[in-house]
Design a protein around this ligand. Structure first.
Ligand SMILES: Cc1cc2nc3c(=O)[nH]c(=O)nc-3n(C[C@H](O)[C@H](O)[C@H](O)COP(=O)(O)OP(=O)(O)OC[C@H]3O[C@@H](n4cnc5c(N)ncnc54)[C@H](O)[C@@H]3O)c2cc1C
Ligand code: SF4
Ligand code: SF4
Length: 835
């Protein structure tokens, strides 16, 4: 048996095991892994999602029994302290000794902590492991109770900005302190950094550039950071994210060659100065560089697996450091050489301060070759630019079209992903080429996107390549004449429409039943809320059912706002409200310090409610005759109406009564996306009914029914479904139209997009809902009637059930309030300060 010992069970150590197992079969080899951390390898790239509620298990790279299944001996919480090269053994901190034939060092790196006076003080953290995050969360909670509001992050690089977002999500005001004169100095030029800075500052995150910290102020715990210029930044917590330091101590003490600034030196076989010892990942110094990204680490893992198995595969000479990410909600990307400037290069820069985008491409003077670039604010061109750059593809006649080409919504000037050469690397993290993706389908081994992801591992790193992988899979399927399915996610080989039918026909009532019978795995944040919505559309399950599988707004039956508080919107059908009810709203608003505003949907929104208070607020409102307005759900919001013939002299009919009837009929019904309606009593259209998913306008001889409009970012006028019909017919067509949409639309597809994609368009839809061409109208109407008859106000349901109430508390297992919320005056009201 050949013994391989892997030291370090981080992302790259794990990847080595995975690659080795898939290439070797296990019989001849025994792999033993030692990891200092207390758990199996987890996804550090998505570490920040731990703050958003992901658990250590969710972040794990493998299932709990993966190591066992693959005959790998995993030892967690065990530190390797010594390597004895001469007799090929290692010793652990438990003083156990193990022998090896091959030793793979994947010890990664630690956060670099600059030698600033006072860094050892309480309240100073690094940002690297789950334990670091636990400590940060606990400390933030503690200091907030004592009134602290400010925290700093040292380092304005990629990780520093991610840490700043985490600090903000914990309810503290972050300040990013950077030594360099710009943010993300390794990826961005001055213009891009300025744009990013203005976007981040707009989110109330302080940016302090050109700052060298002299010492950390405070007795035992940090109270501030003193900069060179004798300026004190008062903060009660500091997260250091100022770079990485390779964990090369084992190699050093064993006498392996290490670099001047750290890292174990390796050649292109990933061999250290001792041929039986390899180093991979962030501890390896290759070409005098430490690569702080997973993609090169995974490639190194592959090289070592191949080397041990006798292949001649070596590491590439030049390693790509292109990155695409979303930082604090801002898209940022850089590729190739982002900064190159010489007489042979032209930099084409497009900056739009109005919408906050910055795009730069560096092109050779002859306009033929793309050398690199930077994108801030909108990185939708990244995948195509990166492919053009990395495959040295021909540029369009006017290279500026590469970044301006999307003007007027035109497609990218690169054309289709299918135009790329087979050698184009699509997923850099897993080094998967276009050829590998397409071949996995053409050779018959894969059918669906899920199969392709499983077989090639594409998209399983940072996930940035997913849109391109989806395109390639679809296009290849099409080229084979296969039906192309819009599957909901990798856990199901079905579209939303198919899942809807499956749930209905099989009478499935819970997620595990569906996943276990027609899906795979545990589901994800895409398919779980989608199934909850399908259960609601079929059985009228309210959002109180399947609570853990709902999205955040549905989980708390309220929209979370910028400052961490929630909004409360009771239904006011047709925008009508009695004086008593208005008084009740006023009393609740006064008692709970809520900021009130009339919304565009003709109802009153009460802003600034704390999570713990939601039940009491709703109890009072329900006692006063209100019910949930479903302002948080993918369901009917409101039906806006004009005053109609009751008051307006142009009014041709009673629009308000009709709006109320429509709203009360379709309230609470879950659909693929939100729904809005409107009723105007004449063509002057004061209710803007044609800007809604459904709109009714009174005309001579009846009502015109319009469908599939919307306002928002891409406004669409609703189109005429039927004219001069009576009220009863409007309801009939509406029942059919809505139910047909609910059954057949993709997830999060609004009615306008659904109609656009519906084969045959409006004519086809008319045939279905008016002429009953599919003979389903009786069923659609009956289904709708069941939903109407079984409506229940989910807030009423929630406050009457103590079990359901448990979710409305700020801190698990405690009734404590969130004391960190601060209020500021705004006109004659007060509102919580934004995060
Ligand atoms: C918050 C955050 C966000 C990131 N985002 C991105 C991103 O968007 N894209 C990207 O490409 N990269 C990103 N990275 C970097 C990426 O996570 C690393 O490149 C990758 O984790 C390196 O893997 P590794 O296995 O080499 O090291 P590590 O993941 O650090 O694993 C090394 C492991 O070895 C253990 N170890 C060390 N010494 C010993 C010993 N003597 N005995 C036993 N065990 C030992 C350590 O405890 C550790 O568990 C991010 C990193 C962080 C922290
Ligand atoms: S839409 Fe016509 S009826 Fe309604 S308020 Fe406006 S003008 Fe009057
Ligand atoms: S338009 Fe709507 S989504 Fe945009 S800021 Fe205003 S309320 Fe928010």
């Amino acid at each position: 048996m050949i013994k391989i010992i892997v030291v370090g069970n981080g992302m790259v150590g794990y990847k080595f095991c995975e690659k080795f197992i898939s290439k070797s079969g296990q019989e001849k080899y025994q792999i033993t892994v030692f990891g200092e951390e207390p758990r199996r390898a987890y996804d550090r790239v998505h570490l920040s999602e731990y703050f958003a509620g992901k658990t250590a298990d969710d972040l794990s790279m493998s299932t709990s029994n993966w190591y066992e299944q693959n005959n790998i001996l995993l030892n967690t919480s065990e530190l390797i302290t010594d390597i004895h090269k001469e007799n090929k053994t290692i010793t652990t901190h438990l003083e156990k000794t193990h022998s090896y034939d091959y030793l793979v060092l994947a010890t990664g790196s630690a956060a670099f902590v600059p030698p600033i006076e006072g860094v050892e003080k309480e309240g100073v953290f690094v940002y690297r492991t789950i334990e670091d995050l636990d400590a940060i969360m606990a400390y933030a909670k503690k200091i907030k109770i004592n009134g602290a509001t400010e925290a700093a992050v040292l380092g304005g690089g990629l990780l520093g900005l991610e840490a700043a977002k985490a600090v903000r999500d914990l309810g503290l005001n972050p300040h990013v302190v950077e030594f360099a004169p710009r943010l993300m100095p390794r990826q961005l030029d001055k213009g891009a950094s300025d744009m990013l800075q203005s976007k981040i500052e707009a989110l109330n995150i302080g940016i302090h550039l050109n700052k060298s910290t002299q010492y950390i102020a405070g007795d035992d715990a940090i109270t501030g950071m003193m900069f060179q210029e004798d300026q004190l930044l008062k903060v009660d917590m500091l997260v250091i994210s100022a770079g990485i330091k390779p964990r090369d101590e084992l190699g050093r003490s064993a006498g392996l060659e290490v670099g001047v600034r750290g890292g174990i030196v390796v050649d292109n076989k990933m061999q250290t100065s001792d041929p039986s010892i390899y180093a991979i990942g962030e501890v390896a110094l290759y070409n005098q560089m430490i690569y702080g990204l997973v993609a090169p680490g995974y490639e190194m893992a592959d090289v070592v697996a191949e080397q041990i198995l006798g292949s001649e595969k070596v590491m590439r000479e030049s390693i790509d450091m292109s990155t695409q990410l979303k930082l604090i909600g801002v898209e940022v990307a850089s590729f190739g050489d982002p900064f190159i400037e010489n007489e042979n290069v032209t930099a084409i820069i497009f900056e739009n301060k109005f919408n906050g985008t910055y795009k730069r491409i560096n092109v050779t003077k002859d306009g033929k070759t793309l050398l690199g670039g930077i994108l801030v604010g909108d990185s939708s061109d990244y995948n195509s630019l990166f492919q053009i750059y990395s495959n040295a593809m021909k540029l369009p006649e006017n290279p500026e079209d590469l970044i301006l080409g999307s003007r007027g919504g035109e497609a990218s000037s690169m054309g289709s992903a299918m135009d790329l050469p087979d050698t184009a690397v699509i997923c850099s993290c897993e080094n998967v080429t276009k050829g590998a993706i397409c071949c996995s389908i053409t050779d018959g081994s894969c059918e669906t996107l899920g199969d392709v992801i499983k077989a090639t591992k594409a998209t399983s790193g940072c996930g940035g390549c997913k849109p391109m992988v989806v395109d390639l899979v679809k296009e290849t399927q099409k080229s084979l004449g296969k039906e192309v399915k819009d599957v909901v996610c990798e856990h199901f080989a079905y579209s939303r429409q198919e899942l809807f039918d499956i749930v209905k026909i099989n009478k499935f009532t819970n997620h595990n039943e569906v996943l276990g019978t027609v899906g795979k795995g545990d589901g994800c944040e895409v398919c779980r809320p989608l199934l909850s919505s399908i259960f609601s559309s079929i059985y009228n399950d309210t959002a109180n059912k399947h609570v853990t599988s709902q999205d955040t707004n549905d989980r708390f039956l309220a929209n979370i706002q910028r400052n961490g508080t929630y909004s409360v919107v009771p239904r006011m059908a047709g925008g009508e409200v009695t004086a008593e009810k208005l008084i009740a709203i006023g009393e609740v608003a006064k008692e709970y310090n809520l900021y009130t505003k009339i919304t565009g949907a003709q109802r009153v929104d009460l802003f600034g409610a704390e999570l713990n208070d939601l039940p009491a607020i709703w109890k009072k409102l329900i006692d006063s005759g209100f019910e949930s307005g479903h302002a948080y759900g993918k369901s009917l919001r409101a039906v806006k109406s004009c005053v109609g013939n009751a008051w307006c002299r142009y009014g041709m009919d009673d629009s308000t009564t009709f709006a109320i009837e429509l709203e009360n009929r379709y309230r609470g019904i879950r659909s693929p996306h939100k729904l809005k309606g409107g009723v105007s009593a004449c063509i002057r259209e004061c209710a803007e009914a044609r800007g809604k998913d459904f709109g009714v306008i009174a005309v001579e001889g009846g009502w015109n029914l319009y469908i599939c409009g919307n306002g928002g970012a891409n406004p669409k006028h609703a189109v005429l479904l039927a004219e001069q019909i009576d009220k009863e017919t409007v309801f009939k067509y509406m029942d059919r139209f809505l139910m047909y949409y609910i059954r057949t639309a993709g997830p999060l597809v609004r009615t306008s997009t659904w109609l656009e994609k519906l084969e045959g368009g409006l004519d086809y839809l008319k045939k279905v809902v008016i002429d009953d061409s599919l003979a389903i109208n009786e069923t659609l109407e009956a289904e709708m009637q069941t939903l109407v008859d079984t409506f229940e106000c989910e807030w009423k349901q929630a406050i009457e059930d103590p079990e359901m109430m448990k979710r409305f508390s700020h801190f698990t297992n405690s009734d404590d309030r969130d004391d960190s919320i601060e209020y500021i005056a705004l006109r004659e009201q007060k509102m919580p300060k934004a995060w």
